[in-house]
Design a protein around this ligand. Structure first.
Ligand code: ATP
Ligand code: MG
Length: 522
């Protein structure tokens, strides 16, 4: 039922056909019933006038026959009456059955011979009493509709037409010619049935025509919708066919123009970004060789700094530190251009995540460092094996940890590992400067730093988190961030146990338990 309703709501054809059928049902019903009542009334009136004319003829004939047979014996008169009955019942239209009844008027003196008779054992008592009273009142012809019953057989709806008749020597009688209405009824029902069949056929045809017409309009609209959908999926070269000159063609032409312009814009932007990517990648590559030479030269100077004067020796130290930074930046840029060129490949291996995290913490070399009161690692399991690209996971962890260290302001850092059958989450939480809402939106942007002028020992470039997010997504994983100014930050990396599998859930939420109701941003 629900499905049917949905299909109805979605289809213009269904809506238009239903409303057209309902409206035409009303119109056909009105026209049909008007036609039916006019035709039935016409048939009834034609039938009535012809019946009355026939009855009048029969009365006249009977009176005439009786007049010319004056003075015969009662037996002879009965014979004449019988002949009159036979003649009256057989003349006229063959299909219309009729009966003739002679009945004595109550005011007639009782004579020894009764001339009452009726054809085909039709019952005298079935003549409507009101009609009899009318006939007894005057000498004119009267009629009434009623039901004629037979001594044997079914009653029949009939038209009773009666008149006074004087039987010479027999007294006053009433003569009735009774016409069966069965024929008329069957004609009327035939007309009604034909009207009904025609009505339904008409409605069916209207529905069919509506469907064909609606389809003409709906088909191009559906086609346009399907092309537009494929367009959004990246098939920019698709166009709508133009087969006519009507409004639908105008729609198709406008759509095609729009598609053309979008395609042009997109390819222009694609070209532009390709050129930019190429530029970054080329420059990074080109810088590598001179940098290597610089590095070697600077190391020579650095190693001999003891022989230099103090300012020169200090410059040598600065040179090496900045070259370190330069080298890291160049590496990051190369990685970024690899992501952009979509040539970054995953090399998954099976390893223990806990061991990797411990190694990263150790490599930070913060033992005895006054910057933090320590990094603690919490995990439900002592071994968490995953299949992932170790180099990339290590890079993510290193960045998250060094970021936390940079911003923890001496507070402890907590690393939490929570795993399920299908995925594993690593949260890095610090209680330092934190991040406000507007920073959370931008934290994964390239080259973005909350406070570029902030003096930091590690002097980052702002590429770390953007690379980390790309690394996580390459595994089909996610990197979520949470933060509050002054309350610290929480970065959660979630990876599928096997790289590439879809994520089913996040075992660890970025918002800490006491901040759960607040939203987080990626
Ligand atoms: N734990 C954190 N607390 C507060 N701010 C953070 C934290 N982690 C990252 N940020 C903010 O996000 C910015 C971007 O971080 P990201 O790791 O991308 O770059 P970076 O650390 O500055 O440089 P890089 O990692 O490339 O050496 C940081 O400069 C910092 O402002
Ligand atoms: Mg960083």
């Amino acid at each position: 039922m629900g499905k049917l309703r949905l299909a109805f709501q979605r289809s213009i054809a269904a809506k238009v056909i239903t409303s057209t059928v309902l409206l035409s049902l009303g119109v056909v019903w009105l026209a049909g019933s008007a036609l039916d009542s006019r035709l039935s009334a016409g048939i009834r009136s034609v039938n009535l006038s012809s019946s009355i004319a026939e009855a009048r003829l029969a009365f006249f004939n009977a009176q005439y026959q009786l007049l010319i047979s004056q003075g015969v014996s009662s037996a002879e008169r009965k014979k004449v009456l019988a002949e009159i009955v036979v003649e009256a019942t057989t003349q006229g239209i063959k299909e219309q059955r009729r009966e003739v009844i002679f009945v004595k008027t109550p005011s007639t003196k009782i004579s020894s011979v009764s001339y009452e008779m009726s054809s085909n054992s039709s019952e005298i008592a079935s003549i409507p009493q009101s009609l009899r009273t009318n006939i007894q009142k005057d000498s004119s012809l009267h009629y009434e509709y009623g039901t004629l019953t037979y001594a044997t057989g079914d009653p029949v709806d009939s038209l009773f037409v009666g008149n006074r008749i004087d039987i010479p020597g027999g007294g006053r009688y009433e003569m009735y010619v009774v016409f069966s209405l069965a024929n008329q009824a069957s004609t009327i029902s035939l007309i009604q049935n034909s009207l009904l069949v025609t009505g339904f056929a008409l409605i069916f045809l209207i529905a069919l025509i509506t469907y064909l017409v609606v389809r003409q309009v709906v088909r191009p609209v559906r086609q346009a919708a399907s092309v537009a959908k494929q367009f959004t999926q990246g098939k920019f070269d698709l166009r709508l066919p133009i087969t006519s000159k009507d409004e639908l063609a105008t729609l198709a032409i406008s759509f095609n123009d729009m598609a053309e312009s979008i395609e042009r814009q997109i390819s222009r932007l694609e070209n532009l970004s390709r050129v930019q990517h190429r530029f970054v990648s080329d420059v990074s590559h080109e810088l590598r060789t001179p940098l290597t030479t610089l590095r070697m030269a600077s190391e020579v100077i650095y190693n001999n700094r003891s022989g230099f004067e103090a300012p020169v020796s200090r410059s040598a130290e600065l040179l090496v530190a900045q070259l370190d930074r330069f080298e890291r930046l160049l590496e990051d840029l190369l990685e970024v251009s690899r992501f952009d060129a979509e040539v970054a490949v995953l090399e998954p291996v099976d390893f223990d995540l806990i061991v990797l995290i411990k190694r990263c913490v150790q490599d930070l070399g913060i033992d005895g460092d006054e910057k933090t009161s320590g990094i603690s690692t919490k995990s439900d399991d002592s071994v968490v094996r995953i299949k992932a690209d170790m180099r990339r996971v290590e890079r993510i962890m290193r960045n998250l940890l060094s970021n936390a260290l940079d911003h923890c302001d001496g507070t402890p850092i907590e690393v939490t590992v929570v795993s399920t059958e299908t995925e594993v989450s690593v949260g890095v939480r610090d209680y330092g400067t934190g991040l406000d809402e507007s920073s959370l939106i931008r934290v994964f942007d390239r080259f973005w730093r909350a406070d570029p002028s902030r003096a930091r020992t590690r002097g980052g470039t702002g590429l770390g988190l953007s690379i980390a997010l790309e690394d996580a997504r390459l595994h089909n994983g996610e990197l979520d961030a949470w933060g509050r100014p002054g309350k610290g930050a929480h970065f959660v990396l979630t990876l599928p146990r096997v790289a590439g599998e879809p994520l089913q859930s996040r075992p660890l939420k970025p918002a800490p338990a006491d901040f759960h109701q607040e939203h987080f941003l990626q």
